[in-house]
Design a protein around this ligand. Sequence first.
Ligand SMILES: [Zn+2]
Length: 245
Amino acid sequence: MRITFERLIIFIITTKPTFFQLVTTIRMCYAQTMLIDFHSHYPSPNAFVCTAEPVKEAPKACLLRFEGLLPDKWSEEKQKDLYEIILPDNSIHMGEIGLDKRFAEIIPIRRQADILREELSFAIENNRLVSLHCVHSTGLMLEILSEFSYRPFSIIWHGFAGSSETAARLYKLDVVLSIGPRFKGSIKDIFKANPCTVPETDYEGTCEEVYQAILKAQYNRFSSELNCTAEEIINRQMICKLISH
Ligand SMILES: [Zn+2]
């Protein structure tokens, strides 16, 4: 059966699945070759499509729609817009949001942390997934995440570029790691520390061919480092999590 966007939304609203139940359902419904992109800015039917600031218009295509607000774009007005877009529609998730030390002169990092706490509270209270952005603020992000209690695997750390030690700590916090093309380390080592690791493109361009090439290359890299098929990349996360419980 090929899943439709409407069916997926009904599934999410009625069953409130965990991140992995969601991924597994999507996987089972799609053809075996389907490659899910866990963080993109390019509209695609297989992607978790995120924004860096609130956009009222829905993307042309997406698997899941996320609306976010990064520290360099932040204003009280935009944060209000963000909540107003997300609140009435259960199918809209939150992301990307987070911490970025490069913008500490625009918004001090402690203020960024307080904004993030408020946004996370909103997302958790309203049962939404979160796509997190984190640049040079790993320690503070870990501190913030450990303050909250949320559904396991409802938070995705996008563009993960940290160490295996950080990956392991995030596994204990039930956080999904999403790895993009810019990651220079060993996916195998990260995966060993946190089996809840998935691929993303973070593609911000507009060319379909380029987008597909990046997505395929990212899955190929996962496949060769983890010695498994593209389908198993998604499937294996679920198996590992089940075994560990
Ligand atoms: Zn992004």
